[in-house]
Design a protein around this ligand. Structure first.
Ligand SMILES: *[C@@H]1O[C@H](CO)[C@@H](O)[C@H](O)[C@H]1NC(C)=O
Ligand SMILES: *[C@@H]1O[C@H](CO)[C@@H](O)[C@H](O)[C@H]1NC(C)=O
Length: 366
């Protein structure tokens, strides 16, 4: 059996260091969660060692031995050894530091205080508090320990020796007690200790019920009609439309958006080349749609001049010189290539007898 004294020297040096940091709120929370893991693992270890090494049909001798093992120091040590991962410093430190307390509980308190978490973590080493309480003295959370924050939020430090016990409310709730609804929510039910908030209709800024007729105030982009219901404002049908000239307006619930016109359009009321108000240069109307004009097929020659070709592009055209011609001073002239492969061959090869011009003397000789 490992004696409690053997770890004392190591533990006290460490605990001195840890003590300084332990006052930190995060460490107080961590200590409680470490302690909870330890006691959870203790139960697991306890279950794991139940009737260990003994099958069914035990002899009387085995039964006697078994009942001895059940409450034995050997079993306690086996459980303690399995409590922490070796790499978990916090866990190992806490177990080592409190070996004596585990022994006390195992031999003297287990029957009277079967809940190890409560006995060890809350009452003995005091790193945790009962549910619904917080802080050094385990005071009740705001809203009471039964239903902290009235069930609509989290109590700071709940169940630990840390925190200030105040509430951070769930979505939809506000106020110290999480009983009030935020803007955009309304009380479905409410009394001094209970509150249920639900979301308003999307058109309401504030409301008393769930429909667009229950709005106190409309959200921006919505306005009340004669019946008092909030309805979407159609920004697009207003006298001065909110979009630019090369855009069309799209109304949405509570708002609008501006979309770019198709490039075939000069001004538009909708998407695509069929939504044009007028056609852009280079486009002509064809069955209600602005279509590219093929300038190259017009009766008037688009690309005048010798050896020129017309190429149609969307919304326009371009003139290029025909192949093996190039642009020079505004006209297309024959390309002065560093000769094609064929003529290159001729130049490279040695002139032969037959292609050599004969000397005049030789002529006379003939
Ligand atoms: C609890 O025990 C299991 C198995 O023995 C182990 O994997 C786990 O890490 C232990 N928990 C801690 C906090 O060490
Ligand atoms: C408040 O309302 C809840 C839910 O309707 C109810 O259970 C509770 O008894 C009520 N409490 C009081 C004080 O009226």
């Amino acid at each position: 059996m490992p004696s409690a004294g053997s770890v004392v020297t190591l533990c006290c040096a460490l605990s001195l260091i840890l003590h300084i940091v332990h006052t930190d709120a995060k460490d107080l929370r961590d200590s409680c969660s470490t302690c909870r893991q330890i006691t959870d693992n203790f139960s697991k270890g306890f279950d794991r060692t139940t009737k260990k090494n003994f099958g069914g049909g035990n002899t009387a001798w085995e039964e006697r031995k078994l009942s001895k093992y059940e409450t034995s120091e050997i079993r306690l040590v086996e459980i303690l050894e399995g409590l922490c991962d070796s790499s978990n410093f916090e866990c190992n430190h806490m177990v080592e530091e409190h070996e004596e307390e585990f022994e006390t509980w195992w031999f003297k308190r287990k029957t009277k205080y079967p809940d190890l978490f409560k006995w060890f973590c809350i009452d003995t080493i005091q790193v945790c508090c009962p549910k619904g309480t917080f802080g050094p003295d385990c005071n009740a959370c705001v809203g009471g320990s039964e239903r902290p924050c009235h069930g609509n939020g989290a109590c700071d430090g709940d169940g630990t020796r840390a925190g200030h016990g105040r509430c951070s409310c769930n979505r939809g709730y506000q106020g110290e007690f999480c009983l009030d609804c935020i803007d955009g929510y309304f009380n479905v039910e409410r009394n001094d200790s209970f509150s249920l908030c639900a979301e308003c209709h999307t058109s309401c800024k504030t409301c008393t019920g769930s429909t667009n007729q229950d709005c106190d105030q409309c959200k921006p982009g919505w306005e009340k009609d004669e019946a008092g219901a909030c309805n979407d404002v159609d920004e697009c049908s207003k006298e001065s439309p909110p979009c630019k000239e090369d855009q069309y307006c799209q109304n949405t619930d509570g708002s609008y958006s501006c979309q770019a016109c198709d490039k075939a359009c000069s001004g538009c009321r909708g998407a695509g080349p069929s939504g044009c108000l007028a056609c852009s240069d280079g486009y002509g109307e064809e069955e209600g749609t602005c279509t590219d004009i093929n300038e190259c097929e017009q009766p008037d020659q688009a690309c005048p001049g010798e050896n020129r070709e017309c190429v149609n592009i969307k919304g326009s055209y371009t003139c290029i010189c025909s192949s093996s011609f190039e642009e020079k001073d505004g006209v297309c002239v024959q390309t002065e290539e560093p000769a094609s492969e064929e003529s290159q061959e001729v130049l490279d090869s040695e002139p032969t007898e037959s292609t050599m011009p004969k000397f005049p003397e030789e002529h006379e000789d003939l």
